[in-house]
Design a protein around this ligand. Structure first.
Ligand SMILES: O=C(O)CCC(=O)C(=O)O
Length: 304
């Protein structure tokens, strides 16, 4: 059992309901400042699940194929403007470019474009993947040192990209070519938070369940946006950039993903899903995605 520095009074009678809903009902006390600060640093990879558990998650995701939701690439607001760009560049094929999601993947800024966070979906995700969410929480608790809980009424979601869906050779060519759209994470800004939350301390995490044979990962550009000052910094030198410097093309590198290892970063660096350099018909790229915000005196609240 992992014990963090917060104090718990476990309410045994409430445990089953709270586990199903993802609500942590146990009262706890944390400091006003978190013990963990990711800062300008590259992602860290944390042991989270075994190969066998990754296979179990993969099988469960496959078993729930009828629950997958097809989303046009770029329909998520995190990838601003990609949708219209793709339509402009590839008018005959843009509608064939999509990803699948399983779970309440909320397009916070355009709720009507994507499935909304709703009760049955969240409860369903917890009942199917509670074991996996517990592993993620335990991994994060160990790294962050503070109490972690899944935001009431929330769950994480799977992002699914499949080589099988890309039988059209033109689509496969496009997938290899499309500029991978970068973004700074900011989904937390549209949710309600208790007084005192400043978004100075945020996390973004991705747990790879299946990866294409040729490997895959997160593309990171040498740009960092300070969460409080909103100034842009060079990711390596940490220097503040002028607007001209900021708008110049930035160098980037691929942070490789490893199945079962949770990649953790602040979400404040410019990043994106890396391009598919090579995509084979039976390749899969399946990840569990989530974010978190530190709430003073409460700990980290996670959501997807
Ligand atoms: O799937 C990934 O590799 C990361 C996705 C991402 O950047 C995001 O959801 O903000």
């Amino acid at each position: 059992m992992i014990v963090d520095h917060c104090t718990f009074a476990v309410l045994f009678a409430l445990v089953p309901i709270s586990m199903v809903l993802g609500v942590d009902t146990a009262p706890h006390q944390c400091a006003a400042q978190p013990l963990y600060q990711h800062g300008f640093e590259p992602p860290v990879d944390l042991d989270c699940i075994t190969q066998l558990e990754s296979q179990k998650a993969f099988d469960e995701v496959m078993h729930l194929k009828h629950e997958w939701i097809r989303q046009t690439l770029g329909s998520e607001q995190t990838q601003t403007d990609l949708s219209s760009k793709l339509k402009r560049l590839f008018p005959d094929h843009a509608h064939k470019l999509y990803e699948m999601t399983l779970g309440p993947n909320v397009n916070y800024n355009i709720p009507e474009d994507a499935p909304v966070l709703n009760g049955w979906n969240v409860t369903f995700m917890h009942s199917q993947f509670g074991w996996l969410f517990d592993k993620v929480k335990a991994t994060l608790r160990k790294q962050l040192g503070d109490h972690v809980s899944i935001r009431p009424g929330s769950s994480f979601f799977f992002r699914i990209l499949s080589g099988n869906e890309t039988v059209d050779p033109t689509v496969r060519q496009i997938l290899k070519m499309i500029p991978s759209p970068g973004h700074y994470d900011g989904l937390w800004t549209v949710l309600d938070w208790p007084e005192g939350v400043t978004f100075e301390h945020t996390i973004s995490f991705t747990l790879p369940i299946a990866m294409p044979r040729g490997g895959h990962g997160l593309k990171i550009f040498e740009r960092y946006r300070h969460p409080l000052t909103q100034e842009y910094h060079h990711y390596v030198t940490k220097e503040v950039l002028t607007p001209e410097e900021r708008d110049k093309p930035a160098n980037s590198y691929i942070h490789p993903y490893h199945i079962g290892k949770l990649s953790l970063h602040s979400g404040n660096e410019f990043h994106s899903v890396a391009e598919f350099r090579d995509v084979q018909p039976d390749d899969w790229r399946i990840t569990l995605q989530g974010w978190g915000v530190f709430v003073p005196n409460q700990g980290w609240e996670l959501f997807g």
